[in-house]
Design a protein. Structure first.
Length: 230
């Protein structure tokens, strides 16, 4: 959590530093559709995006942050155990992008193509035992399974790309529609055991240590926002 706060402070200092020419601030409502996960919503008003420094007419560097309430996220790299159902959730996820933007500006509109990287951190994580047990039953070919595992969550990183359209209502503010795709992950080692078996057979207990497990942050983000020029 201390690392997250440090990253957020760094982002804020960067975003509000003196710009080369102009600065834009955006307040957005961002919705995330994770791959193999559940639709997730922002925690308003904790989504401040489009903090930008403009260099010339066509290049902008942007950052910001969004705090999500993730409903369910998938975990990959659990050895031979694979599932398309979410394994972690609900949780809180803080997302901080760093974007290089190429823009084309008309009198009252902006078209932007962007790409870059992002960092994220999760807290108040929970294992979705029902989905994990289902994956174990499928993997083992059992009728029943019950897992008892612990986990550790780390900071995650990845790459992103997207596009944005802005139409200005006045010279001071406008409305934006933005779509981004994220590809990233965070270390999420899982350790413990599970017990299960078939109706006609004995119960079996197996130890598990998925030290390479990764919390998958892959998905589509859709944002609606207000852009304010300074």
């Amino acid at each position: 959590m201390k690392k997250l706060i440090a990253v957020l402070l760094f982002t804020s200092l960067f975003a509000f530093s003196k710009p080369a020419q102009a600065q834009e601030v955006g307040i957005s409502f961002s919705y995330f559709l994770p791959k193999n996960g559940y639709f997730s919503t922002p925690i308003s008003p904790f989504s401040l995006r489009g903090l930008g420094i403009q260099f010339g007419d066509f290049i902008v560097v942007q950052s910001g942050f969004s705090l999500y309430r993730m409903s369910g996220m998938n975990v990959t790299d659990m050895g031979d155990l694979k599932t398309k159902d979410p394994i972690v959730g609900p949780n809180f996820t803080l997302l901080i992008p760093a974007e290089l933007v190429l823009q084309y500006v008309t009198q009252n509109q902006e078209f932007k193509i962007k790409g870059g990287g992002f960092g994220f951190g999760t807290f108040d994580n929970k294992i979705m035992n029902g989905n994990l047990d289902k994956a174990i039953r499928t993997f083992e070919g059992w009728d029943a399974a019950n897992s008892d595992v612990d986990f550790d969550s780390g900071l995650g990183f990845g790459v992103m790309f997207g596009a944005e359209y802005v139409v200005y209502v006045t010279s001071q503010w406008g409305l934006s529609f933005e779509v981004n795709y994220y590809i990233g992950g965070a270390d999420f080692p899982i350790k413990g055991s599970y017990t299960g078996g078939n109706m006609a057979g004995p119960l079996v207990t197996r130890e598990v240590d998925y030290k390479d497990a990764t919390l998958d942050f892959t998905g589509l983000e859709i944002s609606l926002g207000v852009i304010i020029t300074q």
